[in-house]
Design a protein around this ligand. Structure first.
Ligand SMILES: [Zn+2]
Length: 72
């Protein structure tokens, strides 16, 4: 370790940055789907997502049944 006491990007960790970038990518995809008129539907089965799901995750792309596929 160096004697550098300033907080740098290294201290944040690459994992945190990756998670943030993934979230930004999700939002960008949601905006694209808004344009395409498919926002708020599951990408697998086309089912409309419930308001509860969209309130919780506005950029959600899968219904609860298919969400595990997206996470895996
Ligand atoms: Zn689905």
């Amino acid at each position: 370790m160096s004697d550098d006491d300033a907080l740098g990007v290294d201290d944040l960790g690459a994992g945190a940055l990756d998670a943030l970038e993934a979230e930004v990518a999700d939002v960008e995809r949601a905006l694209a789907r808004l344009d395409a008129g498919t926002y708020g539907t599951c990408e697998v089965c086309g089912e409309r997502l419930s308001d509860t799901v969209l309130q919780d995750r506005p950029a959600a792309r899968f219904c609860p049944a298919h969400l595990p596929m997206a996470l895996g």
